[in-house]
Design a protein around this ligand. Structure first.
Ligand SMILES: Nc1nc2c(c(=O)[nH]1)N[C@H]1C(S)=C(S)[C@@H](COP(=O)(O)OP(=O)(O)OC[C@H]3O[C@@H](n4cnc5c(=O)[nH]c(N)nc54)[C@H](O)[C@@H]3O)O[C@H]1N2
Ligand SMILES: Nc1nc2c(c(=O)[nH]1)N[C@H]1C(S)=C(S)[C@@H](COP(=O)(O)OP(=O)(O)OC[C@H]3O[C@@H](n4cnc5c(=O)[nH]c(N)nc54)[C@H](O)[C@@H]3O)O[C@H]1N2
Ligand SMILES: [Mo]
Length: 664
């Protein structure tokens, strides 16, 4: 990014024209970042609560006083209950390694509880690892050479706009673009072919494709013999997925299942980009495990322009452990899944959670089972600290609020999600108000808690050098001089590691059969597992006949930017839910009406949008609006269970059955 500054204030924000991925343009959200930085919603000083929890009434206090109080309360809690009574909660507010991970040395030393799993992608990571081993992704810059591009459950026009120039290049040379998504989203509207699959049934489609590919001999036997394990088992596993059966499960015409398999099987350089939405369900790990078998069946990995990518890359390959790994002697710490925050706050025992320290996350908006989250946050005996930029719903429940810098005001490494580039990010302006970065705040707090660690004494440059100790550093090392000048550098993973038998699976090969998966109590071969709250008829479905799905909002990043009026206006002014005309009519609802969406877990109020863009019996919302922008101060996470995914301890945001009625 290039940021223009006059008299210490940001006056312009543009994409860096010299960056190979950014190519001079930014997404619609970040173009408006200055409006966030100078938002009237910004927290400018430390605050202490003066009203009841949840009301958001505060009085300003000084940093010294705030930090002394936090340290004092932590010490009392540790003395009475032990360190595990403290729960730090940090997610994706910043994914820059130093900002994200600088709290770990402190909390590890205190023996605090540790969050595990994710609110996002851990199930996808785990699922893919069974098939390809961890950290195998094709280079997105190669998409331009593809003959066929499949965006599977990924709305890249909204969520990864910088992929589009590469896709456009390929299309100019004749590549077709296929989008598989129950919603005709921004990306699907640009595609050559949109496949409106029933939510939760993607593994069946992939199995049907593989069956047809094998039956027609479109698979690459030479590749399979050399680089894969368990082909015969896969063949058997696919056998039951005839086009007719797949049609029955997925709600797609049988002819389309065959056509899709033909296109994928006959185009060697087929690039598959998998999204995350379709993996946030109880069978999510198996979904990714299954779909990621496709390129190993056709050998697409070997073709320039062919291959596979999920989401994240560079930011997952650095030495973040330098900050986050427990040091020898640190107490073990109890594990709490991210997705079960509410349950942990309400019912964890031995010890109960007595302090919650939130930074870089807005759990009151984004965490599943929101009723439980609110119940936990309302506990009178729970000490809550929130380090935030904005007056979020989570802030409303804090005892102490600390003002946080934005990335415009702090230094870090910027390591990309979705591509291989890494660079230094420098502050463009001084901290707004009394804001402090996570690193600085943790240094001050660690000193008060008598915790010493290199991370709290080394210079920024020293920490960066440790974090850059990636096994995929360029040959001969990083060009540090260029890096410090701000130039992006590209990670260099081994080329085609399967050729050396060096994939990170137990066999070093692509595994169609996974003993490790059997070890987790799952089928060792790909299979379709019907969702508990899915398309099949059962007692629950009789009461709640609609499959609820979410798509990340075009104009927000998770719940960030909801506070920017221009972003809200572009998004739709008020949160809405898409209903197919058949479902709307059956309920006497029309566009613009207010409706109540509910199930046994909770309810929320949304505006109706009637549209053919969503399949019948499926509803879709754009996420994540802050609860306080909803009538009734609660959002769609009221509807979402805190069950965990089959592997990886991920969330199940996409798997809820609901009913809808007119709001009164
Ligand atoms: N504009 C914008 N960009 C973002 C974000 C944002 O909030 N806004 N968030 C960032 C983050 S943290 C993430 S994790 C990524 C996520 O990026 P994506 O994975 O692209 O986004 P999602 O919105 O999670 O899911 C995308 C699509 O999955 C579809 N979907 C839901 N269920 C199913 C299913 O069962 N099968 C299929 N085939 N499709 C299904 C939804 O309709 C939706 O269109 O985006 C990042 N980029
Ligand atoms: N229903 C539903 N819920 C979802 C999703 C969905 O699709 N549907 N998506 C899920 C996904 S993929 C994700 S990744 C999660 C994201 O959930 P979160 O990680 O909680 O993301 P945000 O809601 O953007 O909240 C991040 C907060 O961090 C603050 N912040 C930013 N930078 C810093 C910093 O440097 N320091 C501090 N202290 N604070 C900072 C921002 O102001 C913001 O309020 O939400 C999940 N929740
Ligand atoms: Mo995410």
């Amino acid at each position: 990014m290039r940021v223009g500054v006059e008299d210490g204030r940001i006056v312009s924000i543009t994409g860096d024209p010299d960056h190979p991925i950014t190519q001079g343009f930014l997404c619609g959200k970040v173009n408006r970042y200055a409006e966030r930085v100078y938002s009237p919603n910004r927290v400018l000083t430390p605050l202490r609560r003066t009203g009841p929890k949840g009301e958001g009434k505060f009085a300003p206090i000084g940093w010294e006083e705030a930090l002394d109080e936090i340290a004092g309360r932590f010490k009392t809690i540790i003395a009475e209950h032990g360190g595990a009574a403290i729960l730090p909660y940090n997610y994706s507010g910043s994914v820059a390694p130093i900002t994200k991970l600088s709290g770990h040395p402190l909390f590890n030393r205190l023996g605090a509880s540790r969050t595990v799993g994710s609110l996002c992608s851990s199930q996808a990571f785990a699922g893919q690892a069974f098939t390809t081993g961890a950290q195998l992704h094709s280079d997105v810059e190669d998409i331009q050479h593809a003959d066929l591009i499949i965006l599977w459950g990924s709305n890249v026009v909204a969520t990864n706009i910088h992929l589009m120039p590469f896709i456009k290049k390929a299309r100019k040379k004749g590549a077709r673009l296929i989008v598989i998504d129950p919603l005709k989203n921004h990306t699907a509207r640009q595609a050559d072919w949109h496949i409106p699959i029933r939510p939760g049934t993607d593994a069946a489609l992939a199995l049907g494709m593989m069956r047809h590919i094998i039956a027609e001999g479109l698979h690459d036997m030479a590749f399979i013999d050399r680089y894969t394990l368990g082909f015969e088992d896969l063949k058997d596993a696919c056998e039951a997925y005839t086009p007719e059966r797949v049609a029955d499960i997925t709600g797609l015409p049988a002819g389309d299942v065959v056509r899709l398999a033909e296109e994928y099987g006959r185009n060697r350089a087929a690039f598959l980009r998998l999204g995350l939405g379709l993996t946030r369900r109880r069978n999510g790990g198996m979904v990714v495990r299954t779909i990621s078998c496709l390129p190993s069946l056709t050998g697409a990995w070997e073709e320039k322009g062919g291959g596979f990518i999920r989401n994240g890359w560079a930011n997952g390959t650095l030495n973040g452990g330098y900050l986050s790994a427990p040091r020898p002697g640190d107490p073990p710490g109890r594990e709490i899944p991210y997705a079960q925050l509410g349950e942990a706050l309400v019912s964890a025992q031995d010890p109960p959670i007595m302090a919650l320290y939130v930074y870089g996350s807005n759990p009151a908006a984004v965490a599943p089972n929101q009723k439980r989250v609110f119940e936990g946050l309302l506990r009178e005996d729970l000490f809550v600290v929130v380090h935030e930029q904005m007056y979020t719903d989570t802030v409303d429940y804090a005892d102490i609020v600390l003002p946080a810098t934005t990335f415009m005001e702090q230094e870090d490494l910027a390591a990309a999600s979705g591509n291989r580039y890494i660079q230094i990010s420098r502050p463009a302006i001084a901290p707004v108000g009394q804001a402090k970065s996570n690193l600085e705040t943790f240094r001050l707090l660690a000193a008060r808690m008598d915790v010493e660690d290199p991370v709290y004494s080394e210079s920024f440059e020293q920490i960066v050098e440790h974090v850059l100790e990636s096994e995929w550093a360029p040959a001969g090392g990083w060009d540090m001089e260029a890096l410090w000048r701000g130039k992006a550098q590209k990670l260099v993973p081994p080329e085609a590691p399967w050729r050396q038998g060096a994939l990170r699976t137990p066999s070093g090969k692509f595994e169609f059969f996974s003993q490790r998966m059997a070890g987790e109590g799952l089928s060792p071969v790909p299979e379709f597992v019907a969702s508990q709250e899915g398309h099949t008829d059962n007692d629950l479905k009789a009461r709640y006949p609609l499959q609820f799905t979410c798509a990340h909002a075009h104009n927000f990043i998770n719940s960030s930017f909801t506070e920017v009026p221009a972003s809200r206006k572009l998004q739709s002014q008020a949160p809405f839910i898409r209903l197919n005309p058949l479902d709307a009519e059956a309920r006497g609802l029309g566009s613009g009406d207010m409706c109540r969406v509910f199930n046994d877990r909770g309810d929320c109020i949304l505006r109706v949008e009637v549209t053919e863009n969503i399949r019948p019996s499926v509803v879709s919302v754009d996420t994540v609006w802050w609860p306080k922008f909803h009538q009734g101060t609660r959002n769609v996470n009221q509807l979402v269970s805190d069950d965990l995914t089959d592997v990886g301890k991920g969330p199940v945001y996409q798997e809820s059955l609901v009913q809808i009625e007119a709001a009164v």
